[in-house]
Design a protein around this ligand. Structure first.
Ligand code: TXA
Ligand code: MG
Length: 347
């Protein structure tokens, strides 16, 4: 933990880097961001280069306080103010019609801008000292698992940044909920820790769900958030048989599950929490740790269908879709809820 004095000098230094057109990786409550001055197109261009991200994929602009919406957006609906008041600082990104000051490179040429106030003391201190908006995607290479510690950022992006602020592990662990308020009806673009039901309760109206339309944004690509090792989601009732099947093929597998499994040496089992926020907090760090151990497969117990699990399920399904495989399991689907089975040990 940084002392207040040390934290302040780091934040001052980071703000200087941003003012000079540099890149600063910083913690948020969701995942680490790779930040640049949102009103400096050359600095923002460096983010795209470092991430290897296609230029038409927009970035979120992080701001210090809700009233800064007025600087970045126009035609702001009352709904936006309600949600900002209720959830900011917090893991909710609002898509609004952009103001003229927002550079094209930030929005991928769209007429909208994504805004959020992150809920992390270092991020808020940086935003306050810097004074402007910070454009920041997750601090990982395009398509890969988002970082939830400063060490993840260092491992993945190395020296490509000018400075990394270390704020410890992110307590939410998956990216923010994204809600599009730029059209006729509010639309969920990406599920996150703030659920659809919570937003509907605040707005007192139904929210449109993500559809299967062509991806408009990178987070909507099927194979986003993927480790290099193939991931398979397995209904709990099939987990034991699935492990056996892989072992029978002479493969090494790692298993992430809520249910305890007694496994042979060729497998590694990691227990996961039995509630969505716990899964979200641990998921990316677990995937990263397993990804460097050269398993043939990472088998993951499919989460339940319930609304509370929507965000975790979304990230897992994307991770699993990066390496489509054909095996007996692919015809089973992933819809079986937790708790269908009694004995999960592998003998
Ligand atoms: O939790 C988060 O949202 C993290 C932290 C760092 O804030 N950021 C993050 O950024 O996940 P990134 O770039 O990895 O994902 C941002 C997503 C894009 O994939 C896109 O879906 C959406 O934000 N987005 C940004 N601007 C948008 C816009 N104008 N219209 C539609 N979607 C937009
Ligand atoms: Mg990302």
């Amino acid at each position: 933990m940084l002392s207040t004095g040390k934290m302040f000098s780091n934040v001052q230094g980071a703000a200087e880097v941003l003012r000079g057109g540099g890149l600063v990786a910083f913690p948020t409550e969701t995942v680490y961001g790779l930040g640049a001055d949102a009103e400096n197109p050359a600095a923002v261009a460096r983010i795209f280069a470092v991430k290897g991200r296609p230029a038409d994929h927009p970035l979120i602009v992080h701001i210090a306080t809700p009233d800064q919406i007025l600087h970045w957006a126009r035609e702001i609906p009352t709904m936006a103010w309600h949600l900002a008041r209720r959830y900011w600082p917090g893991p909710l990104t609002l898509i609004l019609r952009r103001a003229s000051c927002v550079p094209d490179i930030v929005t991928g040429g769209q007429d909208t801008v994504g805004l959020r106030v992150p809920d992390h003391p270092l991020a808020l201190a940086l935003l306050k000292v810097f004074g402007g908006g910070i454009a920041a995607p997750s601090a990982n290479r395009f398509g890969r698992v988002s970082p939830t510690t400063a060490a993840h950022v260092r491992e993945e992006l190395g020296d490509a940044m000018d400075l990394i602020l270390d704020g410890g592990p992110c307590h939410v662990g998956i990216e923010s909920t994204i809600l599009d308020l730029s059209g006729h009806q509010p639309r969920l673009l990406r599920p996150g820790a703030i659920t659809l039901a919570e937003i509907e309760a605040v707005l007192k109206q139904p929210i449109a769900q993500p559809g299967n339309e062509a991806p408009r944004v990178p987070g909507m690509l099927r194979s986003h958030y993927a480790p290099k090792t193939p991931v398979c989601l397995i209904p709990p009732a099939y987990l034991k048989a699935e492990v056996r099947w892989h072992l029978g093929q002479g493969q090494r597998v790692a298993v992430l599950s809520r249910i305890a499994l007694l496994l042979p040496d060729a497998c590694l089992w990691k227990g996961m929490p039995d509630y969505p926020a716990g899964w979200a907090r641990e998921l990316y760090a677990r995937l990263r740790a397993l990804d460097v151990q050269c398993f043939d497969y990472i088998l993951i117990e499919a989460p339940p269908i319930g609304a509370d699990w929507q965000a975790v399920r979304d990230r897992l399904e994307r991770a699993a879709s990066a390496h489509p495989i054909s095996s007996p399991r692919s015809s089973r689907g992933i819809s079986a809820p937790f708790g269908e089975v009694g004995d999960h040990s592998v003998n």
